[in-house]
Design a protein around this ligand. Structure first.
Ligand code: SF4
Length: 452
């Protein structure tokens, strides 16, 4: 949207200021940015066409990995410098996990930041931005305790097809390497009636897929009932069962992932058979040091259960290599489980110690070259597994939802999250479902031709 301002008008006097939110990190952070954007619009600000045009530039940061956090800090400092040179009236806002965790570092790093906030005062941030904008003041605002309820509502969705819908926020697990419980606070679940209203609205608005989000969706409503997540899934099936819409969920904690969830997804018309189950490590010794609460045997049992119950299901995971104390034989156990689980998707990382976590107190004793070598071997193994599975897709028919058009090439994802590219030009539009016949192509891509 182009905003035309009258000549000679002082932008701070009226609410015609534009904003842009840049997000680092996970889907939860992206969704929080969508919530922040919604709140800023409610206050009268306009979403800018792009980062260059924005009067107010917000960085919603992530602190999960040391390297990414350092990189984010450097990007922020450089961007703030350039932005202020071009537009001295602009304001820079830094919020999110990095703000919550490393405020001292950020304060010392850049005097060009106008608003510095964290995660626990999320609902207040739009008002802080408004104040900073109107009164030309610098604001540093933090709340030490997370709110006890999770009732954030309203999102400015960045897609017209797919929407994120958080159902829980925060985490009680305290895995020994993870900062998330410190930056997000105790787990709190969104009330079911709010989820119902939000889901029904998304369906009415024509969204084709919704991803339920939470640091651990399986523990949704645990404070009220042990199997509240299963109940929510059954409710969703009932609310949406007569509509054409797909519902996904992320992330499942392997400890809390229960057999009943698989059964519900198997029988469902709307729930998608993609399961993201972060393994993190394949050796029981390391899993214990990570405080993950399951063994390699438990994990494999759950993977086997999914594979046997829903053969078309795909399973994704996250893996960390080089955790303190990880020997080569521990790493071999990770490779072993990777081969047995035959993962379809994997996000892999080198361990980096994060201040304040329990693992920070452990000696980071795997040398960096060794960590990198293990990562390399792991990624090679995963790639080979993925490629080895591709021929079995040949000739299979799958329904996909077209959600991208890049350089004239349409692509979409199946319910099981497999991305499929359409080779031939066709009259299909983004947002349509079609049936395709699959053909594995060059590289790791899977192609599809429209089923006649
Ligand atoms: S479950 Fe563990 S890894 Fe996941 S957010 Fe919570 S503490 Fe972090």
């Amino acid at each position: 949207m182009e905003i035309k301002r009258k000549p000679g008008f002082t932008v701070r006097e009226v609410a015609l200021a534009t904003f842009w939110v840049e997000t680092f990190g996970c889907q939860m952070n992206k969704s929080r940015s969508e919530h922040l954007a919604y709140q800023l619009q409610e206050l009268g600000f306009y979403l800018a066409e792009g980062p260059e045009e924005a009067d107010i530039f917000v960085f919603n940061t992530c602190a999960v990995r040391e390297h990414a956090a350092e990189r984010a800090m450097n990007i922020i400092v450089k961007f703030a410098q350039e932005k202020k040179e071009k537009n001295p009236d602009s304001i820079i806002v830094v919020c999110g996990c990095l703000g919550q965790l490393e405020r001292e570092k950020l304060l010392g790093k850049d005097e060009k930041i106008d608003v510095l906030a964290g995660t626990h005062n999320w609902g207040k941030i739009p008002f802080l931005i408004k104040k900073a904008w109107q009164e030309k003041v610098k604001i540093v605002d933090f709340q030490e305790e997370a709110p006890s309820l999770y009732e954030e509502r309203g999102y400015c969705h960045s897609s017209k097809i797919s929407a994120y819908l958080p159902i829980t926020f925060g985490c009680d697990n305290f895995c020994s390497y993870c900062v998330v419980p410190y930056t997000t606070g105790k787990e709190r679940s969104k009330p079911g009636e709010i989820i119902k209203e939000e889901l029904m609205n998304l369906a009415e608005e024509g969204f084709r897929e919704v991803t339920l989000l939470g640091q651990n969706v399986n523990s949704y409503g645990r404070d009220r009932k042990e199997e509240a997540f299963e109940e929510l899934l059954l409710d969703i099936e009932e609310w949406l069962g007569n509509k054409k819409i797909w519902v996904r969920f992320l992330t499942s904690h392997p400890r809390d992932f229960r057999e009943k969830i698989v059964r519900i997804v198997k029988d469902s018309r709307v729930l998608c058979p993609y399961f993201h189950l972060p393994l993190q490590a394949g050796s029981n010794k390391i899993l214990q040091l990570m405080k993950r609460g399951y063994t390699r045997e438990d994990y494999l049992n759950k993977v086997n259960l999914i594979r046997q119950s829903i053969p078309s299901a795909r399973i994704g995971t996250d893996i960390i290599v080089g955790f303190p104390g990880e020997t080569d034989s521990d790493f071999q156990e990770t490779l072993d489980i990777v081969r047995k689980a035959q993962f379809d998707v994997a996000y892999t990382y080198v361990y980096s110690p994060r201040p304040g976590t329990a693992a920070y107190l452990l000696e980071d004793d795997v040398p960096l070259p060794e960590k990198k070598e293990r990562l390399h071997v792991l990624n090679d193994t995963l790639r080979n597994i993925y490629r080895g599975k591709l021929p079995s897709l040949q000739g299979k028919v799958m329904e996909i939802l077209i959600d991208r058009k890049e350089g004239g090439l349409l692509s979409g994802r199946g319910a099981n999250n497999l991305r499929v590219y359409l080779r031939e030009p066709c009259s299909i539009e983004v947002g349509e479902w079609i049936e395709v016949v699959l053909t594995p192509g060059e590289g790791n891509k899977v192609y599809g031709s429209v089923k006649k």
